[in-house]
Design a protein around this ligand. Structure first.
Ligand code: FAD
Length: 422
């Protein structure tokens, strides 16, 4: 794996046959999750394709000239020309593979695939998802002497790792940095003996046979499963959102706020996350316009007071976004004033969307019993409708989604499952 500076771009990238180029940043959990995937694919495809990384913060001009506006971003080049997709955000191994395969002749791709040896590993319990719920469950399970594997497509930590400060998790007198809190939890799990399979693609999950396939070639056989896959930011679902995701539209202030130093930003939302994250973004941005659908913010009082006293933040209430566009380097939003039904436009350097969450259940939605909002139904022991499968944390049907409640769910599931082995 070669690391370059902007001055070497022409020689190392434009003058090479085939290149995969990773723009990364520090303090960027999705960049850290990408690094081991990029590294391992570099070993697999390295004879045919050059794998290069470049530190975006120190090479901003080059990044901007290539249209790279969030980290990580992977670009592909063939004989100096841009090819393939622009991959950003929580980049999946399978999307990297799709683009790498498209650069090579079919015969060569076949040879590379044949060199991968399938493996099978067995554990007592597999925990799917390494947020606070999954980490807590895995700590208890490992301490109960059950062989436990924790599987996550990202690095462990979940939503906590991208939250700048937590002030309501007991045990810390001062607010604790979310990244550090998740680091302590995952170090504790490692010390307890949990095996980590992180930054992997979860290819398939069979909850009945208790078989999980990761990265397409490793099968994990297990006796019990804990689902702790949490929730992800809910998209608005309006034109331009998909197109400009990671290219002007962000869902993670910890990852991207630092790129808006002295710039103007729009935040969509008015709940706790939108209000607290606006406060964080204002450390960098010169102006924030927060657009919210109701006539008042729905965040807690303390967060609202802080925001209303922040001179950098302006509110547009009773308005909803209708469309995102890009004009030059600017993001243009069209929003509707819900009182007058008139459409208005506003431009900015970037847009952050914080309009709630949705459960991560894609891999098992068809076999699990869900509530009417799509969250997994459990009993008081966190058991689902499938024998030997528990679910915990933000992915389950419950009233309050907090770190403490996810930790409590993880505790209950682990104790209940441990007893089921007796
Ligand atoms: C910006 C923000 C601020 C917040 N602030 C606070 C706060 O101050 N205090 C508080 O108590 N709570 C806060 N919360 C809520 C809190 O973070 C969540 O309630 C908590 O993280 C839920 O934990 P979890 O383990 O259920 O899931 P998550 O933290 O969502 O973790 C789920 C994990 O599962 C992984 N995953 C997803 N799909 C799969 C799959 N198919 N297979 C395997 N793994 C998968 C994800 O990569 C992730 O690592 C905040 C949330 C946000 C977004």
């Amino acid at each position: 794996m070669k690391e370059i500076k902007a001055s070497e771009f022409e020689q190392q990238v434009l003058n090479s046959d085939l290149v995969a180029l990773d723009f990364y940043s520090t303090e960027c959990p999705p960049c850290e999750a990408l690094a081991p995937k990029f590294e391992s694919l570099g070993q697999l495809y390295g004879n045919d394709i050059k794998f290069i990384k470049i530190f975006r913060q120190e090479n901003r001009e080059l990044a901007t000239s290539l249209g790279v506006s969030s980290s990580p971003t992977v670009l592909f080049f063939q004989k100096g020309q841009r090819v393939g997709e622009i991959l950003t955000g929580g980049i999946k191994r399978k999307d990297l593979i799709k683009n790498l395969d498209s650069l090579l002749p079919q015969e060569r791709v076949k040879k590379i695939k044949e060199s991968i040896k399938p493996t099978v590993n067995e554990y007592d319990v597999a925990v799917l998802g390494g947020g606070p719920g999954g980490l807590t469950a895995s700590i208890y399970l490992a301490q109960a002497k059950l062989s436990t594997v924790l599987i996550d497509p990202q690095l462990p930590g979940g939503q906590v790792s991208v939250t700048h400060q937590i002030s309501n998790y007991p045990g810390f007198v001062e607010p604790v940095n979310g990244y550090m809190l998740s680091h302590y939890m995952s170090e504790q799990a490692k010390k307890a003996g949990v095996s980590f399979k992180v930054a992997v693609d979860v290819t398939s999950v069979n909850l009945f046979d208790k078989e999980i396939v990761i990265d397409e070639f490793e099968t994990i056989k297990t006796k019990r499963i804990v689902i702790s896959t949490g929730a992800s930011p809910r998209p608005l679902g309006i034109p331009g959102e998909k197109e400009f995701k990671g290219k002007g539209i962000s869902y993670c202030s910890i990852c991207d706020a630092k790129y808006f130093q002295d710039k103007e930003v729009i935040v969509i939302g008015g709940g706790n996350t939108a209000v607290e994250e606006s406060e964080f973004i204002s450390k960098f941005a010169s102006k924030i316009t927060l657009i919210h659908q109701f006539d008042r913010l729905t965040a807690n009082k303390e967060a609202q007071e802080k925001l209303l006293n922040n001179p950098k933040i302006e509110l547009i209430l009773e308005s909803e976004p209708r469309k995102f566009e890009k004009v030059g380097n600017k993001m243009l939003i069209t929003y509707e004033d819900l009182k007058t039904r008139q459409l208005h436009q506003l431009d900015s350097d970037g847009i952050f969307v914080f309009v709630g969450m949705m459960p991560n259940i894609d891999l098992f939605a068809d076999v699990l019993q869900l509530d009417k909002w799509g969250y997994i139904s459990t009993d008081e022991d966190m058991k689902t409708n499938i024998d030997g499968v528990c679910a915990v944390g933000d992915v389950i049907s419950k009233k309050y989604q907090q770190i403490t409640t996810a930790v409590a769910d993880g505790t209950i599931a682990a104790i209940a499952l441990s007893r089921s082995f007796n």
